[in-house]
Design a protein around this ligand. Structure first.
Ligand SMILES: Nc1nc2c(ncn2[C@@H]2O[C@H](COP(=O)(O)OP(=O)(O)OP(=O)(O)O)[C@@H](O)[C@H]2O)c(=O)[nH]1
Length: 455
């Protein structure tokens, strides 16, 4: 065997996978690293969401939004509103007249067409930088109007949902920040437009307009509203969305880890099945080879009939059975006459051919339960279970005659001598010795004959 060859039944080392131990450890380490990365990523995203991701919409005198004013004259009142842009301020001058029951002045800022609006749903607060001079109550109302075709009409501003907050601006015009979650839908709007309950809550998905209004119980006189700016503050991603994103990330990661683990397990199962199959076929091949080797050891390689070792067990068993059941067991010794001369005259190969022809012929003449054994050289034994001495002698005679009359290889004339006996109350070895002695008688008495000895 050269160093580059391997035993026939040894499994191919390439087909044997590396031990799953290190793989599994690598996978566990990869899992730990991924968990740490996810943890760090989660913290970074949370901090970023908290301190960054800011988004602002600022509305002031310089913004391109259209600003309009209105007053109660539309309802038959006498209040007069006037809009002035000055020093970067939006100024609403309002003279309230109490001739009408609900006097008001209003500043409306158009942010976008009704159909598109501005989505303020992801904004958290609104900062109002304004001051308000009024003779009595300084209460102001701030409206964020939302359009939705489910309850309003695009061309009818009044039908846009009135998300409202009432507040008192700081005296010095300081900024006031109000959470958008504090807004409510105005009761008068709900009543006027008969809004069903499913649309009654605050909604800022599509805001075309915001409004500042003095409406409420107002004292007559000059009211001045100075707007520096209005700013909506929000996050590009809300805290809830971030939480959802992180949960999805972790669930996805866990699922991925599970799938990978499952995949690894399947691979390991496949590998171990393959190895099991290889081992099984290896065992099978070895068993077969053992059987073949065992069989070869029990057979004569030239003729293929059993040899002495090959008949040993059967012979002992047949002898035991015969003695137990008082059944006859015949033993015939057969020897080819002057075989040495065939070898000497025609060569060893011809001798081999004759031996093979002999076994073929005899095998065809004996019964199925009989055994033909090459005892050694040109000497054979036929074991015939259940055959009494006279039947064995007849059988030997029949075989002898057939062989003598046979047309042998190369026109040779081949005869055989027989020694016949049956097993008596003795060991099988003694029986064999007697058959051998009978054969010796046949040789001595002229060959090509059958001699019988009784036990
Ligand atoms: N060709 C061949 N010859 C064998 C084989 N086994 C034994 N022999 C030969 O068989 C011959 C047996 O010779 P002997 O024992 O003198 O017996 P014989 O010539 O048959 O004479 P008798 O038995 O007295 O008739 C020897 O020459 C052996 O070499 C074999 O497998 N092949």
């Amino acid at each position: 065997m050269t160093p580059h060859t391997r035993p026939r039944y040894a499994p191919d080392p390439d087909s044997i996978p590396a031990s799953p131990g290190p793989r599994r450890m690598r996978f566990a380490r990869f899992g730990r690293i991924s968990a740490v990365v996810m943890l760090v990523l989660s913290v970074v995203l949370l901090l970023w969401q908290h301190f960054g991701m800011n988004r602002t919409i600022r509305i002031d005198a310089h913004s391109p939004y259209r600003v309009q004013i209105s007053d109660d004259r539309v309802n038959g009142g006498a209040s007069v509103a006037r809009l002035v842009r000055k020093d970067g301020f939006l100024l609403l001058y309002c003279r309230i007249a109490t001739s009408y029951d609900w006097p008001f002045c209003e500043m409306s800022i158009r942010l976008a067409p009704a159909e598109s609006g501005i989505d303020l749903s992801r904004f958290d607060t609104v900062t109002l930088a304004l001051d308000y001079d009024a003779p009595g109550s300084r209460q102001l109302r701030f409206f964020v109007r939302n359009f939705d075709p489910a309850y309003g009409k695009a061309k009818q501003e009044g039908s846009w949902k009135a998300n409202e907050i009432s507040f008192v601006p700081a005296l010095d015009g300081a900024e006031k920040t109000i959470p958008l979650s504090s807004f409510n839908v105005s009761a008068w709007w709900l009543a006027e437009y008969r809004i069903p309950v499913e649309h009654a809550g605050p909604d800022m998905h599509r805001v075309p307009q915001i409004q500042l209004s003095t409406s409420g119980l107002k004292e007559a006189g000059e009211h001045v509203l100075r707007v520096r700016y209005i700013a909506f503050h929000g996050k590009w991603i809300s805290r809830e969305q971030m939480a959802l994103l992180l949960v999805a990330l972790w669930v996805g990661g866990a699922l991925l880890a599970l799938l990978l683990d499952l995949h690894h397990l399947r691979q390991r199962l496949r590998r171990s099945r393959r190895r099991e199959d290889e081992l099984r076929s290896l065992t099978k091949a070895l068993q077969l080879e053992n059987k073949v080797i065992g069989e070869m050891a029990r057979r004569d390689p030239l003729t293929g009939v059993r040899n002495r070792a090959g008949i040993r067990d059967e012979l002992l068993r047949e002898a035991e059975l015969a003695q137990q059941d008082s059944r006859p067991l015949a033993v015939l010794f057969v020897d080819l006459d002057h075989f040495k001369q065939i070898n000497d005259k025609h060569g060893h190969d011809t001798g081999d051919i004759v031996l093979k022809q002999f076994t073929r012929e005899v095998d065809a003449l004996i019964r199925q339960g009989d055994y033909l054994v090459r005892w050694g050289g040109e000497e054979f034994v036929i074991i015939c279970p259940g055959t009494p001495l006279d039947a064995a002698a007849q059988m030997a005679e029949k075989i002898r005659t057939k062989l003598a009359e046979l047309s042998w290889h190369d026109g040779l004339v081949v005869t055989c001598s027989f020694g016949v006996t049956v097993l008596g109350n003795e060991s099988i070895a003694e029986c064999l010795r007697r058959a051998d002695a009978a054969l010796y008688d046949a040789k001595r008495n002229g060959r090509n004959r059958v001699e019988v000895r009784t036990p």
